[in-house]
Design a protein around this ligand. Structure first.
Ligand code: DX5
Ligand code: ZN
Length: 217
């Protein structure tokens, strides 16, 4: 599969979100990456249901919802109802990740499991069979615009090995600090989805930035 690009709306202009959504609709962006933060799991608060519902009405692209919230089980149904197509939960934030992933699938969404930079890939072995996607954080979650943590490359290799040795059909997404310098090696190492916030929205030409990220081969 050719890789996908998922702009993170955390870096969009919330004073004129419609303009950025229309730009993304007309661009080669594949998914909308929506970062939900609760101020507990991460030291920041982003946005919630009313914003997601409005975004859902304004695009037909896939809504990839990244939950940085404690005990995400409490809200899975509401995120699905708000319009999420993919719901990703953090391994570190959840009491029973396999059960939560099953719930997401039963709701009719794709289920993603996320690990922080400090969490080893090996913890995924107990849950990976229940997931449609693994999201590796390449920054400490909570804020856009941070630098890519280089160790992520080894984690990608370990994850790809786990997926291949178990013959699993599962997507690999990487999130945080992705730019034009590191994106080619991510694509070459088999990453399926590149999330990018700052690289797209801080660009003077976001449509072109998305095109550049899509054109990597
Ligand atoms: C960080 C978020 C990321 C972030 C990516 O907690 O999960 O999705 O918005 O932004 P950049 O690409 O600017 O690092
Ligand atoms: Zn994210």
């Amino acid at each position: 599969m050719a890789h996908l690009v998922a702009p993170s709306l955390l870096s969009a202009n919330f004073l004129n979100l419609e303009k950025d959504i229309l730009m993304l609709n007309q661009s080669e962006a594949d998914w909308f990456h929506l970062d939900i933060m609760d101020g507990l799991f991460v030291p920041n608060i982003s946005f919630g249901f009313p914003v997601i519902e409005k975004i859902r009405k304004a695009t037909s692209k896939v809504l990839d919802v990244h939950l940085m919230i404690v005990d995400p089980e409490r809200y899975l149904e509401r995120f699905k109802k708000a319009g999420a197509d993919i719901i990703s939960i953090h391994m570190e934030a959840c009491k029973n990740p396999p059960e939560a992933l099953k719930t997401i699938r039963n709701l009719g969404a794709k289920a993603g499991i996320v690990i922080n930079p400090g969490t080893p890939v090996s913890v995924l072995s107990e849950v990976i069979g229940e997931a449609d996607m693994v999201l590796l954080m390449s920054v400490h979650p909570g804020f856009g615009g941070q630098s890519f943590i280089a160790d992520t490359m080894e984690k990608i290799a370990a994850l790809k090995h786990m997926i291949q040795s178990q013959h699993l059909n599962i997507l690999v997404e990487v999130d945080g600090g992705i730019d034009f310098q590191n994106a080619p090696s991510l694509v070459n190492s088999g990453v399926d989805i590149l999330v990018a916030g700052n690289t797209i929205f801080a660009s003077s030409d976001p449509v072109r930035a998305i095109h550049q990220l899509k054109s990597i081969c």
